[in-house]
Design a protein around this ligand. Structure first.
Ligand code: NAI
Length: 469
């Protein structure tokens, strides 16, 4: 039986990052992953492949709609879906081998197979195909980082071809004629955008009255208007009852807000109603690892210890947003605390991003959340339209909002709908992390001409002295 200081179960962003940090802190480390490649959902079937497709289709959309204005004439713009998917697969292969390289560089021993707890200090690795035992690993400490899987609705049976999850929607062999998306969340909007840009009719059916759950309402309304201009249609407050495949298409039956039954016909139905922790056959019961009421692994959110002191858990399988960057932060903090250091994750400054075009990004609290908490705030707003760089980029759609405490001016939240929002939000996240005031941001010199000046404009507006408004 091989022995290690730490055995990590799961090779996604939470798992591989914790393994590297542990190796840096001189622990002997093993990582167990059932996929042939490391990187988990994020690198294999999530964040990275979807961004590859979003970039390809944005180029296509630009070629169709914007090149003319730039004075670029192209004879014929055609889409080759097979080549687009091939490029995506190549990127996935490069990033997953990058993680492999990091495992070797840090002398982390890798085991391919399904890892399960067989005691508080033992992980058994089995071959998922024939269930034969590959190895039994002894560990002083174990980290569970098994991630999450798409939620499937019992009345919407996924067949992987017509009724699909995000796993399949990143690899559709041809552009659907009518893509019905169940769930106006991050996955629904990102993958809906990919196929809309390639010509599919896209209808999004959402249970709630608006996009993105708790995001700032005014900003999610703005994003919705832009998506609608792009041709995505939304059906809010519609409850999906069932979906049935008939031949080469599917019928989705819904109840509208008036309680009437309606049906939608589509050749692909994407079920994107959230994800759930992946805990099947992990041996949690066997060793007494407790779950929360909502079925995630129950941990102390400061040291990530479960109800079994030698077993820790991080990432999508514990509480908090299911985001790769949150998982990676937990990977570092968990191991540092284990090693007696002061690891810490600030859950108030975890940015959220939707990689549509324009992008939507936020950090901290939105207006409704501040009102609900009774916190008095100042609002600063700026627009992409007058910004010189945004004009040069033809990226005039969008707004940025900075919310700060009415008395102290300390930043409380920021929202961006616009080009490169995913990058812009980093500055505001850093500012919040350092406890900056809106005035600190306003008085920081920002390079001209850049989109980052839109941040400065909003911060100045927050103080009532915006120069460019
Ligand atoms: P989500 O939680 O973002 O959105 C799911 C939506 O489906 C919600 O708006 C919900 O109200 C709706 N819904 C649930 N049941 C429904 C029903 N029966 N009929 C109609 N609507 C229904 O979940 P999503 O988009 O599936 O993403 C899963 C996870 O993956 C999220 O936690 C997300 O944060 C993460 N993710 C993050 C990305 C990013 O950061 N850019 C990209 C993709 C996923």
């Amino acid at each position: 039986m091989k022995e290690f200081d730490l055995v990590v179960v799961g090779g996604g962003p939470a798992g591989y990052v914790s393994a590297i940090r542990a190796a840096q802190l001189k622990m002997s480390v093993a990582i167990v992953e059932k996929r042939a490649t490391l990187g988990g959902t994020c690198l294999n079937v999530g964040c990275i492949p979807s961004k590859a497709l979003l970039d390809s289709t944005e180029h296509y959309d630009n070629a169709l709609k914007r090149f003319g204005e730039h004075g670029i004439a192209v004879k014929e713009v055609k889409i080759d879906v097979a080549q687009m998917l091939k490029r995506k697969d190549k990127i996935v292969s490069e990033v997953t081998s990058g993680v492999d390289f990091l495992m070797k560089k840090n002398k982390i021993e890798r085991f391919v197979g399904f890892g399960a707890l067989t005691s508080p200090t033992e992980v058994t690795v089995t071959n998922p195909a024939d269930k034969s035992v590959v190895e039994t690993l002894k560990a002083k400490k174990i980290i569970l980082a098994t991630g999450s899987v798409p939620i499937e609705l019992p009345t919407v049976p996924v067949d992987g071809k017509i009724i699909v999850t995000s796993d399949h929607a990143i690899a559709l062999p041809k552009v659907p004629q009518h893509l019905i998306v169940i769930g106006a969340g991050v996955i629904g909007l990102e993958l809906g955008s990919v196929w809309r840009r390639l010509g599919a009719k896209v209808s999004v059916i959402e249970f709630l009255p608006r996009l993105f759950g708790t995001a700032d309402r005014q900003m999610s309304n703005l994003a919705q208007r832009i998506y609608e201009q792009q041709g995505i249609e939304f059906f809010f407050e519609h409850k999906v009852e069932k979906a049935e495949v008939k031949g080469k298409s599917a019928t989705v039956t819904v109840k509208n807000p008036a309680g009437e039954t309606k049906t939608f016909e589509g050749d692909v139905v994407l079920c994107a109603v959230g994800r759930k922790p992946y805990l099947e056959n992990l041996g949690l019961d066997k060793v007494g690892v407790k779950l929360t009421e909502r079925g995630r692994i129950d941990v102390d959110m400061h040291n990530y210890q479960t109800s079994v002191p030698t077993v820790y858990a991080i990432g999508d399988c514990i509480n908090g947003p299911m985001l790769a960057h949150k998982a990676m932060e937990e990977g570092v903090a968990c191991v540092e605390v284990m090693a007696g250091q002061a690891g810490h994750v600030n859950y108030d400054t975890i940015p959220g991003v939707v990689y549509t075009h324009p992008e939507v990004a936020w950090v901290g609290l939105g207006e409704e959340e501040l009102k609900e908490k009774g916190i008095e705030y100042k609002l600063g707003r700026s627009f992409f339209k007058p910004n010189g760089r945004a004009k040069a980029m033809m990226e005039g759609d969008g707004q940025l909002k900075i919310l700060s405490d009415k008395k102290t001016d300390r930043l409380l939240g920021a929202y961006v709908v616009g080009a490169r929002a995913s990058e812009l939000i980093a500055e505001l996240t850093l500012a919040m992390e350092f406890g900056a005031s809106a005035e600190d941001v306003a008085r920081t010199c920002h390079a001209h001409p850049t989109l980052s000046e839109i941040i400065k404009d909003a911060a100045e507006n927050n103080g009532g002295w915006a120069i460019h408004q």
